[in-house]
Design a protein around this ligand. Structure first.
Ligand code: G1P
Ligand code: ZN
Length: 546
């Protein structure tokens, strides 16, 4: 084995987005493409003393190119003098499990190989993301530094060692570096057992409670199988599509009512179990479904917060709640009732890290089916599902009852997101620019029953380190708290994706049964009037409505 220095030239556009670098697999397969980005990571996170003797965690969601990338990264880590790499068996680690393992083993950081819910397979997407020692996504100053390195690289270092066996638990070496292949589930399952009342959930299943968990042929399958069937005693067959496939079995592993249509149909039909749930490609998103009811992620965050003390890990109450800006304000109402602060952050989990580290927030959530807490520094799909199981076991109530009672107490925040995917990037940018230019004239303007109280391009000053994030999305807030939000996606790999978020508050329980799109129709119209989204993008309808 020898360490080699290979000459390279920079690739344009290796800029991490909302969640790491995501590109088409074919782009990642270009010689040197992955190597350059990994070299930039190691140069950035090594600091003045390099990575000598440090421990890193490595794993991914099992998508196409995962195994190959892991072998390359291991050989590069060895060349950079890394002390030890903990790698999930088969190259598998869910995003929340990487966060958990980094924290538990005091690792310097970790690399997650995933493009989350983006399609997999040879024609699909691949992604790579660095997480820091707190277990969370690298903050912007680190991702910016990585990007800066990608622009100036002239070489990368790599060992010429052969591939390591990823399929057997055990220890081996590349150069001086120890590679330890670990059980991807064990540490994570231990943590879940500390947070939730497994005895009560076991009793619930023993009493005939029926559930369906859809692993969507992605990474959460092995975790759900081991915990829900193995440890909690749910009958075999409760967890479906549990084997991670390189192309996710052709599924689009993004748990929402559109992509998890089979689960939603089951929950709407005569044979519906008591509870339905699904997770995404890398296991950090969750969808919660009751009978004939897909719970909106914004509501899910609010309901978990309002009932948190029913779970052992949250018995002491919450220090605060944090939600991303486009997420509905349902959680704000719970925070006010609990007398704890509610933080509004830009989109992306990385903005929650400081609040969690500083003990300012306990629960966090995003409208994009992401929910989590201070137990790790990533959103956590299965954690949310176990939390909902714990609530049902402890309260004896169904998902539907918990939701209805919540609305009765706090009011209902009707909520929807309309995505216009893969539209012309220049047209999308022009639309955003035109919206920005209109902002000063929007405040005070009347649209039918709605009057604009406040309109801005959201900016966030991190209360812990004072860092400022600007231009995070157009926010139009009405006098009654209803909101229209527009922003461009930072995770897409084709053209631009426009996201339109709509929210309307309704206090009166007699009006809690309206169809969501109908309840939001006046706001949808105002959004179109202000943005001319359809005309500018040439689309008549959104690609996805959730
Ligand atoms: C999307 C979601 C965002 C989430 C991110 C990573 O980002 O909207 O909430 O944190 O994926 O899972 P976007 O494509 O909107 O930038
Ligand atoms: Zn994900």
């Amino acid at each position: 084995m020898t360490i080699q220095t290979i000459a390279t030239t920079p690739f344009a556009g290796q800029k991490p987005g909302t969640s790491g670098l995501r590109k088409k697999v074919t782009e990642f397969q270009q010689p040197g493409y992955l190597e350059n980005f990994v070299e930039a990571i190691f140069l950035t996170v090594g600091g003045p003393d390099g990575l000598a003797g440090r421990t890193l965690v490595l794993g991914g969601d099992g998508r196409y190119f995962n195994r190959q990338a892991i072998q390359t990264i291991l050989r590069m880590a060895a060349a950079h003098g890394v002390g030890k790499v903990l790698v999930g068996r088969g190259g598998i680690l869910s995003t929340p499990a990487v966060s958990c393992v980094i924290r538990k083993h005091g690792a310097h950081g970790g690399i997650v190989l995933s493009a989350s819910h983006n399609p997999g397979g040879p024609d699909g997407d691949f992604g790579i993301k660095y997480n820091i020692g707190n277990g969370g996504p690298a903050p912007e100053k680190i991702t910016d530094a990585i990007f800066a390195h990608t622009g100036t690289l002239a070489s990368y270092r790599i060992s010429d060692a052969g591939p390591v066996d990823l399929d057997a638990i055990g220890t081996m070496r590349i150069e001086e570096m120890v590679v330890e292949v670990i059980d991807p589930v064990a540490d994570y399952a231990d943590l879940m057992q500390q947070l939730f009342d497994f005895d009560a959930i076991r009793t619930l299943f023993a009493g005939g409670f029926a559930m369906r968990f859809d692993g969507m042929s992605a990474v959460s399958g092995p975790y759900a199988k081991a915990i829900i069937e193995g440890m909690l005693g749910a009958p075999a067959g409760t967890v479906v599509n549990f084997t991670p496939e390189e192309d996710f079995g052709g599924h689009h592993p993004d748990p929402n009512p559109v992509n998890a249509a089979e689960l939603v149909a089951l929950m709407d039909g005569p044979d519906a179990p008591d509870f339905g749930a699904a997770s995404d490609g890398d296991g950090d998103r969750n969808m919660i479904v009751g009978r004939k009811l897909a719970v909106s992620p914004s509501d899910s965050l609010a309901i978990l917060a309002a009932n948190a003390t029913l779970a052992p890990g949250y018995r002491a109450g919450l220090k605060g709640i944090a939600r991303s800006m486009p997420t509905s304000t349902a959680a704000d109402r719970v925070a006010a009732a609990l007398g704890v602060p509610c933080f509004e952050t830009p989109t992306g989990w990385k903005y929650f890290g400081n609040l969690l580290d500083a003990g300012m927030a306990t629960l966090c959530g995003e409208e994009s089916y992401g929910t989590g807490s201070d137990h790790i520094r990533e959103k956590d799909g299965l954690w949310a599902v176990l939390f909902w199981l714990n609530l049902q076991a402890a309260s004896g109530k169904t998902v539907n009852q918990l939701v209805q009672e919540h609305w009765t107490r706090f009011g209902r925040n009707y909520y929807s997101r309309h995505d216009y995917e893969a539209v012309d990037a220049a047209a999308a940018e022009q639309m955003m620019a035109a919206l920005r230019a209109q902002l000063p004239a929007l405040a005070g303007r009347q649209f039918g029953d709605f009057r604009v109280r406040h309109a801005d391009d959201f900016a966030y000053t991190d209360p812990v380190d004072g860092s400022l994030a600007q231009r995070q999305g157009i926010r139009i807030v009405m006098d009654d708290g209803s909101r229209i939000v527009l922003r461009l996606s930072g995770t897409g790999t084709e053209g631009a994706t426009v996201r339109l978020y709509l929210e309307r508050y309704e206090a009166d329980p007699a009006r809690h049964g309206i169809d969501t799109q109908e309840a939001l129709a006046p706001l949808i119209e105002i959004a179109e009037q202000v943005s001319q989204l359809k005309q500018r993008t040439g689309r008549r309808e959104p690609s996805v409505v959730t």
